[in-house]
Design a protein around this ligand. Structure first.
Ligand SMILES: Nc1ncnc2c1ncn2[C@@H]1O[C@H](COP(=O)(O)OP(=O)(O)OP(=O)(O)O)[C@@H](O)[C@H]1O
Ligand SMILES: [Mg+2]
Length: 254
């Protein structure tokens, strides 16, 4: 038995001839915050999609919370305790904010077989609480998501993650589309997860953010993990040289 909350062994994903992810061996300890960095197309989002069951891997194994996992889809991953903010947001355009937050885990006043009544009031209240923690100002949570700005949508997705965070949180470029203030808020949410002992995988191109927030940095290059370094044993220049391939082309990291 391993002591890791998440472990991948030989995780591989090919899209036809494109080797988007090759033999990724990755571990995450309980409570640990790890950044995943790398150039565009390095395989970071592909890695996230395999762990979260959005796609089915070509080969390799995933262990989560002590079990080998075969997440048939993102809902199963979420039920298992993995909350994810995807790079391309999985929000339902036609629904309002509370319905998006509770998508797939709606609260009911009453439920008997096919008959059910949604508890809209409770969902709305929990939504307002979750948004308060992100300090995001959304003019009207009853508007459909489609009428919101990119940054507001992103904040809804992050509020959803923070509200339901259980065993593992994954964020793929959570602040790429955000302004300065919203970025600071999201970083505070991440610090809050750390305090609560919730482990995190943070995909980010922002090295300042990465060095501010995480314990360890994992570098992807051309579908492979080329480095795994504790924050205190590396620096920005070192990480950039792994990202660009000046370093690490021959060394494999655990
Ligand atoms: N559905 C797909 N079909 C074919 N190729 C894909 C698909 N998704 C990703 N790829 C390819 O896999 C490689 C890795 O893509 P991925 O999206 O994982 O990169 P990334 O590291 O997340 O990049 P970015 O920083 O730009 O988000 C790229 O070469 C990409 O073109
Ligand atoms: Mg990506």
């Amino acid at each position: 038995m391993s002591n890791f909350i998440l472990e991948t062994r030989g995780l591989t994903k090919h899209y036809g001839g494109v080797h988007a992810l090759d033999d990724a061996n990755f571990v995450l300890s309980p409570g640990e915050h790890v950044a995943v960095v790398g150039d565009n197309g390095a395989g970071k989002s592909t890695f996230v999609r395999q762990i979260t069951g959005v796609e089915q891997r070509t080969s390799g194994q995933i262990f989560f919370d002590g079990h080998a996992v075969e997440h048939a889809g993102p809902l199963e991953a979420r039920e298992a305790g993995i909350e994810t903010v995807f790079q391309t947001l999985a929000l339902a355009d036609d629904l309002d904010v509370p319905s998006n937050l509770f998508l797939g885990r709606e609260l009911f006043k009453f439920r008997l077989g096919p008959f059910s009544i949604l508890d809209r009031k409770a969902m709305r209240e929990r939504t307002m609480e979750a948004l308060k923690t992100t300090a995001v100002k959304i003019p009207n949570v009853d508007n459909p998501i489609r009428n919101m700005s990119g940054g507001q949508r992103q904040c809804v997705a992050i509020a959803r993650t923070a509200a339901f965070a259980s065993k593992l949180v994954i964020m793929d470029e959570p602040t790429a589309a955000l302004g300065v203030q919203e970025t600071a808020q999201v970083e505070n949410i991440i610090r809050g997860l750390k305090e609560r002992g919730v482990p995190l995988i943070l995909v980010s191109h922002n090295l300042r953010q990465v060095f501010d927030l995480v314990d360890r940095i994992v570098v992807f290059r051309r579908g492979r993990i080329v480095a795994s370094l504790r924050k205190d044993e590396t620096d920005g220049n070192d990480i950039v040289s792994y990202i660009t391939g000046v370093k690490g082309s021959e060394e494999a990291a655990a």
